[in-house]
Design a protein around this ligand. Structure first.
Ligand SMILES: [Zn+2]
Length: 362
């Protein structure tokens, strides 16, 4: 089959498992919230200039530098209104991009600078997602949002945040994650938090194998109970090639494939942070060929200046993928979501497969 057009990619049903609330705000919203709240740190008040400031700041080939740009999006989301607006707009923007199911994550502990409690932060975000879902449905592009509650791996509040995630599991929170600078902060620092989640039969995804290598992936899976890997791109370090050029999987790489561990891959973000050299050489191509449970994700739509449509357009062009590859990645993502099983099946059978079938027929 041929390379799909941008219009086909936009129309195709897409599923997103790895997207940060504070990394996906609209530039104009950041500016307006800053004005409302008297936040004076923004480098510019022109939306286009601000968008490119974020992208330039993010694309410095280093995870710690990439994360610096979040100071402003976090700075303007310290009120219930700011959080709810960011959440509602995220749902609307993803729906308009053809995303039918998304898990959006955020770290409540980052939004308490002006005195909000952790509960108020979570409730504001969940209310915003409900508004955004209702608006998207009214616009004829329904989307389901599952919320992931993230703890900062560089802080010491993960047990408290894990309890918070469990507390809101019946209001839209579907799992728990840790994020932030990876080197020096292995997942096992937060073992008590992960064990609480496991005892509660709740769900875990862990940012691992992005800026740091195999030990981080190993700990996430074998000590901390991760069901999915945020990025996981460094699993490539456990794959070598024999003299015939055939891939040879190390024990960890084999385990990840055998157990169908979902990889939440974010190629553009990986190029920005230096976790991958170029888009064209991104390991997602090989991992897809080796039939890992690969999924496609945006990570931070604002900082990396990407949408799901952009990401698939780039990957189809770079890796010679077509609509059937897109469908495979999308079904992988839906199967790997933390949404209830029956509703996952419904989305696969009643939304995703018919959506691709219609595009392939036309
Ligand atoms: Zn991330």
């Amino acid at each position: 089959m041929e390379t799909p057009t941008r219009e086909q990619i936009l129309k195709a049903p897409k599923v997103l498992l790895h997207d940060h609330l504070d990394g996906g705000m609209r530039p104009l919203t950041v500016i307006e919230l800053a004005a409302e709240q008297g936040y004076s740190e923004l480098p510019t008040h022109n939306p286009d200039e601000l968008a490119s400031w974020f992208t330039r700041g993010a694309d410095r080939r280093n995870l710690e530098l990439y994360l610096e740009t979040f100071a402003h999006t976090v700075g303007v989301t310290q009120t219930p209104e700011g959080l709810a607006r960011a959440a509602a707009e995220a749902a609307e923007d993803l729906a308009a991009d053809g995303v039918v199911y998304a898990e959006i994550r955020f770290a409540p502990e980052l939004h308490t600078e002006k005195g909000l409690s952790l509960d108020e932060v979570v409730e504001s975000v969940l209310a915003g997602f409900r508004t955004g879902m209702a608006n998207a449905a009214r616009a004829g592009q329904p989307i389901i949002i599952g919320t992931l509650v993230t703890a900062m791996r560089t802080a010491a509040r993960s047990l408290e945040i894990a309890k918070l995630a469990v507390k809101y599991r019946d209001q839209g929170v579907v799992g728990f994650d840790i994020a932030g600078a990876e080197a020096g902060f292995p997942p096992t620092i937060h073992l008590d938090a992960f064990q609480l989640i496991m005892r509660e039969n709740f769900h875990i995804t862990i940012h691992a194998g992005e800026a740091f290598g195999l030990p981080s992936i190993h700990e996430a899976l074998q000590y901390c109970g991760a069901e999915r890997l945020g990025h996981g791109v460094r699993i490539i370090d456990d794959i070598t090639f024999d003299s015939e050029g055939e891939p040879v999987l190390g024990r960890l790489a084999a385990y990840v494939r055998d157990r169908r561990i979902p990889l939440e891959m974010c190629p553009t973000s990986n190029v920005n942070t230096g976790a991958a050299d170029t888009y064209e050489s991104h390991p997602i191509k090989l991992l897809r060929e080796l039939r890992y449970r690969v999924t496609m994700n945006t990570d931070n739509r604002l900082m990396s200046d990407v949408s799901m449509t952009d990401e698939f357009e780039k990957s189809c062009r770079s890796f010679d993928w077509d609509l059937s590859d897109m469908q495979w990645l999308t079904v992988n993502a839906m199967k790997s979501s933390f949404w209830p099983f029956q509703e996952r099946l419904d989305l696969i059978n009643n939304v995703i497969k018919p959506g691709y079938a219609a595009l392939m027929d036309s």
